[in-house]
Design a protein. Sequence first.
Length: 447
Amino acid sequence: MPNEPGAKSLTRKHQARARNERTLRKIILWGAAAVFILVVLTIGYGLLNEYVLKEQKPVATVNGEKISVKDFQNRVRYTRWQLVQQYISNFEIYQMLESSSPGVGTSFANNLQQILQQLSATNTTVLGESVLDQMIETKLISQKARDLGITVSDEEVDSALKEAFGYFPDGTPTPEPMPTQQIIGTSTLSPEQLALIKFTATPTAGPTAAAIPSTTPTESIIEASPTIVPTNRIQTSTPIPSATPYTLEGYQIALKDYLSTLKNEIYFSEDELRSIVVNSLLAQKVMDTVTADLQPVEEQVWARHILLEDEIVAKVMVEQLKNGEDWYKLAAESSLDTSNKDVGGDLGWFGKGSMVAPFEDASFALEIGEISEPIKTDFGWHIIQLLGKEERPITQTQLDNLKNTKFTEWLQDQKDQSTIDKNDIWLSNIPGEPNIPPELIVSIPTE
């Protein structure tokens, strides 16, 4: 029995060591578990941020309302997809024309090159910013619509889609005839005006000077809707449908196929398409409200001018005219505007926006009969005499242009009065797809 105490002592040491080892293993296991959980959380957050949280981050805020990364990316993809469809359509026409008569499809070739340029990698940022600006304008318009109590019903959206696809439940409408150009006669001349002029024929009803038209026409600001745009807006994208169904079944099939294509090619949903239609209809309603007070009349002036190359010569001629020299004689002898020099430089009646700004501003500032000092434009030096100023009827086209101008100014005012913040995150989230099918990108000769 002499070995029993030693054996008991050894056993206690083993037990203590075993306890320590068990404790150490627990620590290691807990540490490994903690590291594993941390890694999982890190990866999970990364995935969550990449596929969920990042999509909800704002690329811009408009009066506190955000435009999310997801919405921005969807709209860019849809815009690119529209351009691709437009390219394919033009390419098919180009090939058909060129196969029958080489060189005939040049205009379509130019369109193809322009679309290729828009979709090029070097223009990704340009296209992305253009889409973002359109979305900001759409947000402003929808906010104004809400303030005005303007809404769009589901029935209106359905009706707009049916119309876009050429389906009319009550029968295909008879095409409206082209509006007849309104002929506006010359006002009865006052004794003062008769003393100023010596006409052998009635003055023209509108500006005839090819040398000085305005070079900055009003541009469209409504985003290019794929479905419906205000009737007096420029539509820059091709319409939705390519077919023309005339039955309910044909319409339903066409719409279903279109939605399926959008979903499969660019993950664009029906709700997103209907949202575009809603925004377009809201834009038209807001525009109608903003421009409701416009009447088919505008202030116009009737002027004549003499165009010269040199300011000194122009100043001398102004003095000659004020001293009684014959206007018609000097215009015929010296004016560089050959389109009207032989009729005394008569420009007829014109409203604002018809002429380049310096010429227009000077014309509207004159009193009837007054002769201006030389006015400088890109075309030279003008001597202007005002022959008339009054409110005159305008055509439907002119009225539409006035509405465009007023709506553009209104929208700019909304921007100036609003809090609009663009976040740089949009720059790193611009989709670069879809693209033109590689087999359609060929060397196309242009002019």
